[in-house]
Write a protein that binds this ligand. Structure first.
Ligand SMILES: Nc1ncnc2c1ncn2[C@@H]1O[C@H](COP(=O)(O)OP(=O)(O)OP(=O)(O)O)[C@@H](O)[C@H]1O
Ligand SMILES: [Mg+2]
Length: 491
């Protein structure tokens, strides 16, 4: 890439760009700090040719001032400068931009000082006079190393978020007892049914059971019985052999098989079709199953954990849930209390969710205001912990430091008057804003998607994140709602 035109001079600093119309690559900004203008010019031009955007500062104080105003990915720092030397500048810019890299440029004989710089976090040092090829290779390596460090950091954060999200928290007596019971039963291969309102943490409890059992290194396979397509339930659970039905091009293991000697978590078990209930019962009794279209009997070795938020006893009375299966699944029942019955857990959960979302969104909404905490403690939380998690996710995005009442969804903390129906299309629909095609068909598609997203979000909030109720209100089935929530990244 060629340098276009002369450098820009703004407030005494030189700005070298790869062409003014090109957008600046977020990982290619370099600040060159040196008191020799000729040297700066040569280095800047060489870097520009390689596609970097460079800014030049001729002394330390100016470099620090610029670093306070802008983000630089890399600093090229001369060591011998007045009134601040390169080491002092290095210390300052490293504290301002700990993720950036610095390369020190030292005249011969400055090696000891350069070593000191390395200890202070510089990536490398080069001797003057500069060999431009060597400089470009070093800069390229420094940028690669920075990208790697960033990736590692982001993966580490993701793992931390994942690990902390996987922990079932609770300081209340009820939750402490529950956590203890999980510990006690986890070591036995017992069929556990987890009961509790929507969003109380049933899946989390199932994962905790698995994590503490001797099956921990085996698979944890989760099946959401509410969203399994009716026509595919059996092939999903049992798997199939090649040619078992039209389209079965090869053998596919089902969830029973995938679970191996681990845990098979059957979520929303109350939604399983009665005909499949019979087959499940048989598998549990005989500990054997066959793939669809298969002759071979395979052993079923997993431990089954189920969850439900519906009243299974009523479902039995209504003839939609088999009593024999109910007793088979019911060897041990774990009941997770609704959040309103354990308000002592709220501060702990708030802290946990603030921590997760601050890290996720790189924010610092570090606490909730006392009024918010008291509102939380008096609110009924019909959507339980999930509802609180969603409220805090939204609040962290909106707030800068303390979460105040205005950062909470208004209608959620006062009774909903009506469920919002589709709103009229805004007059100045953002046609030009979109990157997509502006054909009428595409515009309508985009607008419909926006309305649909908004309607689903608002209905879920109004129904306190109870997906079953929201699906009913929206007059769509649970599975469609679930898929749309995924599509629009809601919840
Ligand atoms: N005690 C807890 N500590 C930390 N996070 C929790 C706790 N309980 C629930 N959560 C979080 O709340 C959300 C909902 O939990 P989960 O999916 O386990 O609920 P559920 O009872 O299975 O809900 P549903 O009935 O709607 O399927 C999850 O993001 C989970 O991580
Ligand atoms: Mg669940």
């Amino acid at each position: 890439m060629r340098l276009s035109g002369n450098p820009l001079r703004i407030n005494g600093d030189y700005y070298f760009q790869r062409g003014l119309n090109q957008s600046v690559d977020p990982e290619k900004n370099i600040l060159i700090v040196d008191d020799e203008p000729e040297h700066c010019l040569v280095v800047a031009r060489a870097l520009n040719t390689e596609g970097y955007t460079t800014v030049v500062a001729h002394d330390g104080p100016r470099a620090i001032e610029l670093s306070r105003q802008n983000r630089y990915d890399l600093f090229l720092l001369d060591i011998r400068m007045q009134p601040l030397d390169g080491i002092q500048v290095l210390q300052e810019v490293r504290s301002l931009h700990p993720d950036s890299q610095a390369i020190m440029l030292s005249a011969l004989g400055d090696v000891d000082i350069a070593v000191k710089c390395m200890k202070l976090g510089a990536y490398d040092f080069l001797s003057k006079p500069i060999n431009l090829d060597e400089l470009l290779i070093t800069v390229d390596n420094a940028m690669k190393s920075m990208r790697l460090q960033k990736e590692v950091k982001s993966l580490r954060t993701q793992i931390q978020i994942q690990q902390s999200s996987d922990r079932l928290l609770g300081g209340s007596l009820k939750m402490r007892e529950l956590i203890k019971t999980i510990e006690q039963i986890a070591s036995h291969d017992i069929t556990v049914m987890i009961r509790g309102e929507s969003g109380t943490g049933k899946e989390l409890a199932a994962r905790a059971l698995h994590a503490q059992s001797r099956r921990v290194k085996e698979p944890f396979v989760s099946v959401d019985c509410a969203t399994l397509p009716e026509a595919l339930v059996e092939s999903e659970l049992f798997g199939y052999e090649r040619g078992a039905f039209t389209g079965a091009a090869g053998r596919k293991p089902g969830r029973f098989e995938q679970a191996g000697r681990g845990t098979l978590f059957l979520d929303e078990i109350g939604n399983l079709d009665v005909s499949v209930q019979v087959k499940l019962l048989r598998v549990l009794q005989e500990r054997k199953f066959r793939r669809l279209g298969g002759k071979e009997e395979l052993p079923f070795q997993a431990t089954v954990v189920t969850a439900t938020n519906i009243n299974l006893e009523k479902a039995i009375q209504a003839g939609i849930f088999r009593e024999d299966l109910y007793y088979r699944l019911n060897e041990f029942v774990l009941r997770i209390p609704p959040l309103k019955e354990r308000t002592e857990d709220i501060p702990l959960l708030v802290k946990q969710f603030l921590d997760i979302f601050n890290r996720k969104f790189e924010k610092n909404a570090y606490d909730v205001a006392p009024e918010v905490m008291s509102l939380f403690k008096n609110y009924a939380w019909p959507g339980n912990v999930r509802e609180m998690k969603n409220v805090l996710k939204r609040a962290v995005v909106l707030a800068d430091d303390i979460i105040e009442i205005q950062h909470l969804p208004e209608h959620q903390f006062s009774p909903p008057e009506h469920t919002e129906a589709a709103e009229p299309i805004p007059e100045n629909s953002e046609i030009s804003e979109s990157n997509g095609n502006n054909s009428l068909k595409d515009i309508v598609k985009r607008e419909v998607a926006k309305l649909e997203r908004r309607a689903i979000q608002k209905t879920l909030e109004a129904c306190h994140w109870n997906r079953t109720t929201a699906a009913k209100k929206l007059e769509i089935d649970y599975k469609t709602l679930y898929n749309k929530m995924k599509e629009y990244d809601i919840g």
